[in-house]
Design a protein around this ligand. Structure first.
Ligand SMILES: [Zn+2]
Length: 424
């Protein structure tokens, strides 16, 4: 009987394990839920200034609060207006717009270093119902859900915040979900003009934009050449993470980190590369690689922790701003030269531009090009890299017929393509 009595007595006491469970935040990983909410049809593609974007902003502020962030000085939202006459509003054929960045902070635990910050950002706006920015020819009026672009980054942002809140680093971490990115980096440009925390005390900015399509373990980190210490830091973090890591490039690029690099801060852009659904109605949550997204969030957590705890400063490397056409061929803004419809491999390939794929119905597809082809010449001009390919396409007009030389496996073949117009 003693055993039973003893057992009974033990059972009536709260066990240490139960007490521990009560103390831990009961917040399960919700990466999938966050991606699904943000890329649901109900949010109508989260166009800056739309009711769908407002719902997304409210949701993000609620999630920031749930995982343990505090509102920034001034509150969760930083509003900015896009005037009716602003180029973005005119191109998108909208009236004046009100965009809202969502800003939450995790105060640093070091009494001195907490006055310095690391910014982790991800834009949450997308293309709404198509038209402006869409690469689908007949997509106007159809919801563009933007699951990879960039519900994936916003979900990873929440995930990193939740994990970091459990054990805050020395410096303050500022989490920003930007709006206005698709209209021309407007939310990040506004933040840099009116920073809530001084830019001088900002160690670095890390941008999560399109991180939901990890394939073959290959992770791109742009901006690796924006600070002298970045390549070694990224390498050491990857020793654990085990990605096929492509750390490269300066701090300019077609996303929000560019605004911070222009303001002379070191930046990194984490990216799982372009794909055939980029800026199309098919960028849906079902196609997100959740294991991959979780790995990217883990890597980002390690990166932000290392930056926010580091004892020595970073050395900014300043490189000249590129010409505006540097955005990848096939993914640039409308109105730039002729359209081919290729999806280039952003990490480059020796001697040419490797394709990840071609867009359905595009001139490239009609000409017979396909994924894994390496384009070495367009219309007589050599195309050793994306910049050369962009320049080659810009030198032609829509409707022109050009010869495209392609390396496919061991053979070299010449295809003929009739170029189209961009932004159709
Ligand atoms: Zn985009």
């Amino acid at each position: 009987m003693l055993r039973f009595i003893l057992l009974g007595a033990l059972l009536s006491l709260p066990s240490p394990a139960a007490a521990l469970q009560v103390q831990q935040p009961p917040e399960p990983p919700r990466l999938l839920d966050d991606v699904r909410f943000l890329s649901d049809d109900r949010l109508q593609g989260r166009m800056t200034g739309s009711p769908g974007a407002d719902s997304a902003a409210e949701y993000l502020a609620r999630r920031f609060s749930q995982v343990g962030l505090q509102p920034a000085a001034g509150g969760w939202f930083q509003s900015f207006t896009v005037g009716r006459e602003a180029p973005a509003a005119r191109q998108a054929r909208t009236g004046a717009l009100m965009g809202r960045n969502v800003v939450g902070i995790l105060p640093g635990r070091d009494p001195v270093l907490r006055n310095q910050t690391v910014v982790l950002g991800a834009h949450y706006d997308h293309l709404g119902r198509g038209g402006f920015g869409s690469l689908d020819p007949d997509s106007t009026g159809l919801v563009h859900n933007g699951a990879d672009d960039n519900a994936s980054g916003a979900a990873a942002l929440i995930q990193v915040a939740a994990r970091l809140a459990a054990s805050p680093p020395a410096r303050t971490v500022v989490f920003i979900a930007f709006s206005g990115e698709e209209l021309g980096l407007l939310g990040s440009a506004h933040y840099v003009q009116q920073p809530i925390y001084p830019l001088a005390g900002m160690m670095a900015m890390v941008n999560l934009d399109m991180v939901g399509r990890l394939r073959n373990g290959r992770l791109i980190v742009y901006g690796a050449r924006s600070a002298k210490e970045f390549p070694a830091l990224l390498d050491s973090l990857n020793w654990y993470a085990g990605f096929d890591l492509k750390a490269q490039g300066d701090g300019y690029g077609p996303s929000d980190h560019s605004s911070f690099y222009a303001a002379k801060r070191p930046v990194l852009h984490i990216f799982t590369d372009l794909h055939e659904d980029y800026h199309r109605t098919t960028d849906d949550w079902q196609k997100v690689n959740y294991d991959g997204l979780k790995r990217v969030a883990d890597f980002s957590l390690g990166l932000v922790t290392a930056l926010a705890n580091r004892t020595s400063p970073l050395t900014l490397l300043e490189l000249p701003a590129p010409v505006p056409s540097q955005i990848a061929a096939g993914s640039g803004p409308p109105g730039y030269g002729a359209y081919l419809g290729t999806v280039p491999d952003m990490t480059g390939a020796p001697g040419g531009v490797r394709l990840v794929g071609v867009r359905a119905g595009s001139p490239a597809e009609k000409a017979g090009l396909r994924g894994d082809d390496i384009i070495t010449r367009i219309g007589g001009a050599e195309t050793p890299d994306l910049q050369a390919m962009t320049d080659a396409l810009r030198s032609h007009k829509p409707g022109e017929t050009v010869e495209i030389v392609v390396r496919r496996g061991a053979s070299v073949t010449t295809f003929t393509a009739t170029l189209g117009a961009r932004g159709g």
